[in-house]
Write a protein that binds this ligand. Structure first.
Ligand SMILES: [Mg+2]
Length: 209
């Protein structure tokens, strides 16, 4: 991969390992939110959560569009979780990211507040030039093409010279179709330009020469 100018990172389960269980916490809170606010059973709530997620990329976008949910209300409820118990400062990642002389951007389907807390606790907030959260994208979530188009417009990046790190193959597929260089994090897969067992493999400069 030559001429990479920009590194674009997904946040959840990419910049930290999935085994801390943060997203399971978030998923449970979303179900609780739907039960509470829409007055449905747990079973129905799980169905709505899963269904909107498939249709819109994230559950919140479906709730906003179809149920008129207030994103701030959702955010306050769903992300009322004990982050500090799960996320610790990651000195190794701080050093790796600080040592990379490239433009670095976070591109997340999560909200600004969640992204800020996670990056702060990991200790890597200052490593990035920009954080693009779901509010910045009019709640258009990956893997929708419209989300990527909005992201490109917001950041003025050139996909051809950008390497995108993600744990979601669906998100990487859209990115690849739009001309991004792609790196899957957390699994082996030959379909992309690179695949990393974990984000620490960034240390090897072989990917950028
Ligand atoms: Mg992710």
């Amino acid at each position: 991969m030559k001429n990479i100018e920009t590194l674009v990172f997904d946040l959840d389960n990419t910049l930290y390992a999935p085994d801390i269980g943060l997203l399971e916490n978030v998923r449970d809170r979303i179900t609780e939110y739907i039960i509470t606010r829409l007055g449905v059973s747990r079973e129905e709530a799980d169905f709505i959560r899963e269904n909107y997620w498939k249709q819109y990329g994230i559950t919140l976008s479906g709730l906003v569009e179809l149920k008129g949910v207030d994103p701030d209300d959702f955010d306050a409820f769903v992300y009322d979780i004990d982050y500090a118990a799960k996320i610790k400062k990651d000195q190794r990642l701080i050093e790796i990211l600080s040592g990379m002389d490239k433009r670095k951007i976070v591109y997340t389907n999560a909200g600004r507040r969640h992204a800020g807390i996670v990056l702060e606790l990991l200790g890597i907030k200052d490593c990035f030039d920009q954080v693009v959260a779901i509010e910045d994208l009019d709640f258009l979530a990956k893997p929708r093409v419209e989300s990527f188009e909005k992201f490109i417009e917001k950041t003025s990046i050139n996909p051809q010279t950008s390497l995108f790190f993600e744990d979601s193959t669906a998100n990487l597929n859209t990115a690849m179709n739009l001309g991004f260089k792609t790196a899957l994090v957390g699994a082996e897969n030959d379909s992309f330009h690179a695949s990393f067992e974990n984000i620490y493999e960034l240390e090897s400069e072989v990917y950028f020469t």
